[in-house]
Ligand binder design. Sequence first.
Ligand SMILES: [Zn+2]
Ligand SMILES: [Zn+2]
Length: 176
Amino acid sequence: MPAAADKTKTYIPLSGVAKDGWSTDTEATATCFCGAVQLSFPTQAPGLVDSFVCNCHDCRKVTASMFASNFIIDNEYLTHVRGQDNLKSWGQDVTPASGNKMTNYFCNTCGTLMYRVSSGAANQSYLRIGTVDDFNLHETKLRPRTEQFIEGRVNWFHGVDGARHVEGSAYGKAKE
Ligand SMILES: [Zn+2]
Ligand SMILES: [Zn+2]
């Protein structure tokens, strides 16, 4: 994939049917699979708070995968480019170890999980690295810096290279 070789450049392959994702030196978009919902967000502090992989049991279920790859954006810096009224939300406070209610926001058309919000940190949204249109950002500015609930990893995944590895929550009671 020569187009992706230089990770400092924008690389937006066709992923889903929207074709209007973009990134600049300081901002980028995240788009759902069908294109109805698009967000834009900063790719640097202070708007970008952290990026992390989570191996908790809820993240397996809610992502239909084995772990979640997320990044935290301060809501003051989060823009709904389109489709905010096409988001469906559902949450629960039964299983998060923190006791906080985690609310999930899905595209009502295609089901892509766009972000989660914790009642313990309602000023932040946990976006999903996989929804970011510039794939090179997955490996550069949004590369997971933290990996939490490492005791919950599946045994064929050996963790995120170079990340801070934490048992349980890396963020205290504020996060999932
Ligand atoms: Zn969608
Ligand atoms: Zn989790």
